[in-house]
Design a protein around this ligand. Structure first.
Ligand code: FES
Length: 116
């Protein structure tokens, strides 16, 4: 059972620590617990739910699907070269979209950026 710690990126303060289930989608966990994760569509198409994540598998390689890459390219979060490859460096500096992140058994730290 993964533990997800939601962190306010600006202050570094832990907002909440949640016992989630492997297979949960990150945005659903944040929404259910009413955490200040800025989102708009909830369906993976707008690019507003961007987060940085840290988990025990890093550094590693993340497989990122075409839809997430296209949305992030349109949102200006990545460049065309990164949009063209499905294998990304899995690091704490890599932007990801909470709508597309499915939790595994690892514990996660999710850094919530300030709302724009
Ligand atoms: S809320 Fe729109 S992509 Fe996640």
């Amino acid at each position: 059972m993964p533990v997800v710690r939601f962190i306010d990126q600006a202050s570094g303060r832990v907002l909440e620590e949640i016992a989630a289930e492997a297979g949960d989608v990150l945005i659903d966990v944040a929404r259910f617990h009413e955490l200040p994760l800025h989102w708009r569509c909830g369906q993976g198409t707008c690019g507003t739910c961007k987060v940085h994540v840290e988990h025990t598998g890093q550094p590693g390689v993340a497989k990122v699907g075409r839809k997430e890459r296209n949305v992030m390219l349109r949102a200006g979060l990545i460049d065309a070269a990164m949009a063209a490859t499905e294998e990304w460096p899995d690091t704490a500096e890599t932007w990801r979209l909470a709508c597309h992140l499915v939790l595994d058994d690892a514990d996660w730290r999710v850094l919530l950026p300030p709302a724009e």
